[in-house]
Design a protein around this ligand. Structure first.
Ligand code: HEC
Length: 232
């Protein structure tokens, strides 16, 4: 078998295919199959970024209609819808969500991606992305204000003159206020990377307040104001 051409082809073609399947598919699956995965609500309960509270304050009537009150549940619902929109609108076609440990990407975008960041339900399907027409978004949280995102989704060239990102007018209602989809996608991009201690590492702003069990949402909102005032 080893002397014949077909024998070598059989080992090369079929043999290495089977080997790759075992090493890259079957083996990791058996190692990680019992790894617990956080639910969306668990992820949301780790902390509500200030920007979500800001949406509720800025557009109280619309926010109430779409999501009710600021709570872990409403934040989880917004994140899930935001993730679905991100998938449905093919944002992943132009944006990655993975900081590679090469080319000093951390200088541009922040900490290198770690496996544990992806071990939750919101990361299914995994949205690493393969193209970067636009920048990586996995450290986007807090980097821009909600206002900036609203102007940007409405018409990207309003804020970045040479942008090739499409406009998303269907994220807005007749009064040009972000609709449910608009608020959800903003909540989602403002969440990306908010789990890092360094967030927001690029601004000299205090860490975004986190909602813990004995803090009411009003307290969170007040912290939000503090942060805004400090920024001015
Ligand atoms: C055709 C490619 C393309 C698609 C599709 C696309 N974007 Fe972009 N995006 C870009 C480019 C290019 C930029 C950089 C220029 C700019 O800021 O507009 C950008 C910038 C951004 C930024 C600003 C990043 C920063 O802080 O500078 C965000 C946030 C963003 N995109 C989110 C999205 C979301 C969410 C979607 C899907 C609803 C999406 N993009 C779809 C190309 C795209």
């Amino acid at each position: 078998m080893f002397e014949s051409k077909s024998g070598i082809l059989a080992i090369g073609g079929v043999g290495f295919f089977v080997f790759a399947y075992i090493v890259m598919g079957a083996l990791p699956w058996t190692i990680y199959k019992d790894q617990p995965e956080k639910s969306i609500l668990e992820v949301a309960s780790e902390g509500i970024p200030h920007e979500f509270v800001d949406l509720a304050e800025r557009f109280p009537a619309q926010f109430k209609e779409h999501f009710g009150e600021v709570s872990y549940e409403s934040f989880a619902a917004a994140l899930e819808l935001g993730r679905d929109i991100y998938v449905g609108e093919a944002c992943w076609h132009c944006h990655s969500q993975f900081i590679r440990p090469v080319s000093r990407e951390d200088i541009r975008w922040g900490p290198i991606a770690h496996a544990r960041e992806y071990n939750n339900e919101l990361q299914r399907p995994v949205l690493f992305g393969t193209r970067r027409v636009g920048p990586d978004l996995s450290r986007e949280a807090g980097r821009r204000s909600n206002d900036w995102h609203i102007a940007h989704f409405y018409e990207p060239t309003n804020v970045v003159a040479a942008s090739v990102m499409p406009a998303y007018p269907w994220f807005f209602d007749e009064a040009d206020v972000p609709n449910k989809r608009g608020m959800a996608i903003i909540a989602y991009v403002q969440w990306l990377g908010s789990w890092l201690d360094e967030y927001p590492y690029y601004e000299e702003a205090p860490k975004a307040p986190k909602l813990d069990d004995d803090a009411s949402s009003t307290e969170v909102a007040d912290h939000g104001h503090d942060r805004e005032q400090e920024e001015i």
